[in-house]
Design a protein around this ligand. Structure first.
Ligand SMILES: CC(C)(COP(=O)(O)OP(=O)(O)OC[C@H]1O[C@@H](n2cnc3c(N)ncnc32)[C@H](O)[C@@H]1OP(=O)(O)O)[C@@H](O)C(=O)NCCC(=O)NCCS
Length: 407
């Protein structure tokens, strides 16, 4: 054992010590598992769910078909889709006890915290929670998918002093959420656009929240535990939380002619411009290219194109500034245009990220099933990476025990 200095008199690191540099790879570029669920091709700007291009799914499929594709590994036939829709319909109501528990929460609670807190409460009412089989996990996953919109819409009403609205069998996932949130039947174009948004956000390979879900699932914990972890991960500003922050940024900018000044300030101060940059895409996120015209259309419909136009100008100015000052391109990501789009749809800003969750839950469920019940070898293993222990203040060696009165 080597005796070493515990730092200065105040216990702070000794200035003479060379603290080793902290390594944090963020797991970039590291392949840690195989998956059949989706592929993100960052250099080409392509995204596929189980072999199907996101552009084709967005135009041709509704969200229920996409969920079916993710969960059952194939697009549904007409009868399979009808059966799956009626299954979702049956599962959509949440137990009264969960709604009662939501009523006890402070009305200014963060909606992502509410959604995360609801997950174990839903587990408490699920008869399958102790059954560790693929069939039971699929049933629980389907319930989670069906109930996330119900919980979120109920919370939006409860926090505003209103009674929750029960789901209706006349609408799908998308329309039901809008209906349960507002109490009014949704306009068909808004419903259609929202359905596309749900499809676009449903899956994105080993992003942070999906990785969190898979990591928990790899311990053989049940799907509710995995999904609760994923919701927490999605709430972060660098992940799903970015869409809310994009809208706050647009409001801070306020006018199109203030965009350049904002971009210059951010780049000069090393601040982030939300909705730009991506850990995998080198070129624009294909979902952003689908969302941009939708944002424009919704802006036109609402009679307020300002937020779309600021976003567009911000994209132009930020890309030009990046090229000029950093000598490289910066891509737009999925959160960039979804913010002005949701805003034009009349969705409250702090619901943008939970809305991401009511879609991404489909991907999480598909990944938990793959993590726990993949039929192909090699079977996924318990995640257990290693770290590089660099010791504390003065090196990696062990410390000599120091009794309380000598510290
Ligand atoms: C998503 C994100 C974390 C990806 O990270 P990454 O690829 O590992 O990139 P880094 O954060 O390491 O940044 C690499 C460089 O680009 C810059 N950069 C990346 N995104 C930026 C952004 N949105 N605004 C300004 N600069 C950005 C970084 O400052 C850094 O510059 P430097 O090399 O001069 O130090 C990052 O782009 C980001 O924070 N974006 C804003 C948040 C966001 O929109 N998140 C949603 C993702 S879908």
């Amino acid at each position: 054992m080597t005796e070493k200095s515990a730092g200065g008199a105040d216990g702070a690191p000794d200035a003479a010590c060379d603290t080793p540099p902290i390594k944090d790879t963020g797991l970039r570029g590291l392949v840690i598992a195989s998956t059949k669920v989706s592929n993100v091709m960052g250099k080409e700007g392509k995204l596929i769910y189980r072999g199907y291009r996101i552009e084709d799914l967005a135009i041709n499929a509704n969200f229920e078909e996409v969920i079916h594709l993710l969960l059952y590994e194939k697009l549904p036939s007409k009868s399979e889709l009808a059966a799956f829709k009626s299954r979702l319909n049956r599962e959509r109501p949440v137990p009264d006890a969960v709604l009662d528990a939501l009523r006890t929460r402070p009305s200014d609670s963060l909606p992502m915290d509410i959604l995360q807190a609801a997950v174990p409460m839903l587990a408490n009412h699920d008869p399958d929670v102790s059954e560790a089989t693929r069939e039971a996990t699929l049933r629980m996953g389907t319930r989670l998918i069906a109930r996330f919109p119900t919980v979120l819409a109920a919370w939006e009403r409860i926090r505003n002093g209103l009674d929750p609205v029960a789901p209706t069998p006349d609408l799908d996932q998308s329309g039901n959420f809008l209906y349960m949130m507002t109490g009014k039947m949704p306009d068909s174009e808004v419903d259609h656009f929202f359905d596309i948004c749900l499809t676009l956000h449903a899956e994105h390979s080993f992003n942070a929240s999906t990785f969190a879900a898979r990591e928990v699932a790899s311990t053989q914990a049940h799907i509710y535990a995995a999904v609760a972890a994923a919701v927490g991960s999605l709430s972060g500003a660098l992940h799903g939380g970015a869409n809310t922050r994009v809208m706050k940024m647009l409001r801070e900018i306020g006018e199109k002619d203030r965009v350049k000044d904002y971009v210059d300030r951010q780049i000069q101060s090393g601040g982030k411009i939300m909705g730009l940059g991506h850990a995998v895409y080198d070129v624009d996120d294909p979902r952003a290219r689908i969302l941009a015209p939708m944002s424009k259309r919704m802006g036109e419909r609402s009679g307020d194109l300002k937020w779309y136009e600021i976003t567009r100008e911000l994209e132009r100015e930020a890309k030009a500034a990046f090229k000029e000052k950093k000598g490289r391109d910066i891509p737009v990501n999925v959160d960039f245009y979804s913010a002005s789009l949701y805003y034009a749809m009349g969705i409250p800003i702090d619901l943008f990220t939970p809305i991401f969750a009511i879609s991404r839950i489909a991907g999480w469920v598909a990944h938990v099933l793959e993590e726990q019940y993949a039929d192909a070898a090699p079977k996924p293993m318990l995640y257990r990476p290693e770290s590089d222990y660099v010791g504390d203040y003065c090196g990696p060696d062990e410390c000599q025990w120091s009794p309380m009165d000598k510290r």
